[in-house]
Design a protein around this ligand. Sequence first.
Ligand code: C2E
Ligand code: MG
Ligand code: MG
Ligand code: MG
Length: 298
Amino acid sequence: IAMYHSKSLGPGRTTMFEVTMHERVLNRSRLETELRQALSRGGLSVQYQPIVDVQSGTLRGFEALARWVHPVRGFVSPGEFISVAEEAGLVVDLDRFVLFEACDCLRAWREQVPQARDCFLSVNVSTTQFSRADFVHAVQGVLRDTGLCPADVRLEITESLLMQRAPVVQRNLEGLRELGVQLYIDDFGTGYSSLGYLQQFAPSVLKIDRSFVQRVPMHSESAELVRTILSMARNLNIAVVAEGVECQEQWTWLREAGCTYAQGFFFAKPLVPEDALDVLRQNQPLPGTPKEASGMKV
Ligand code: C2E
Ligand code: MG
Ligand code: MG
Ligand code: MG
């Protein structure tokens, strides 16, 4: 389409468009090569964002998030490199790296601070990864190698994955249930899906997408939507994480609306492992949490 339009603009323009497109493709394939290298040479890392109890603001677990600091470009956002990884067939390796790294990190924390005993990890799984016949086996392998229990790890999947009828996906869902690994539905509310699957698969947790959370309490339709999700989840006995909580007003509103967990910059950004360990060690409500809510003396 770009070529078609460009020709109509005259010969000079054609070249410009071709160069731009060419560059974009080159850029992409360069990024792909560099991501492949980063994966095999230890250039990727994992950060941990606290998930807190809404009522008290105390830590319950962490979401593990992949990080890539490129030697020249600097920080590349997952929004960019996850899609490169998907297209290049690297996302399975990437997800496995993050799962292992996160589990190994929790194992190390548990040797250092007792609070880490009660803390869980929540790890993102791409649809490609979840569609592999050896997925449950791979998860078991990581648990065995790091000495964690199935209850220590929760896997974040998308609504669209649950809508897939592929037998391998169904088998993996069943296999994880048998193993005792809880499933979280990530970005809940963004996936135009039927709600029937909630009954069928009984996920442990819904993570309400931050696009809704960020508009409460001011935007009344978003507030109504979040309330509806909360009451539906309550009736189905499913817990809820509100994603992307950035300010006190959102937090107070969620607390009053009866949300279970929250995650967002208001409490903490994704942290490097040492800082996450500090949060565990301090064992205090997270920054941002008003003192009256946490029951602390002001
Ligand atoms: P996600 O799983 O929904 O993760 C939450 C994202 O929201 C993270 O972005 C986090 O940094 C960001 N976030 C958390 N709190 C706030 C807030 O208060 N305000 C704002 N504006 N943002 C907040 P991040 O790390 O850039 O990751 C983006 C997405 O990339 C993730 O969305 C997830 O879908 C994907 N991703 C990240 N790591 C992995 C991974 O290891 N494997 C796979 N398959 N996907 C990953
Ligand atoms: Mg997630
Ligand atoms: Mg999410
Ligand atoms: Mg999200």
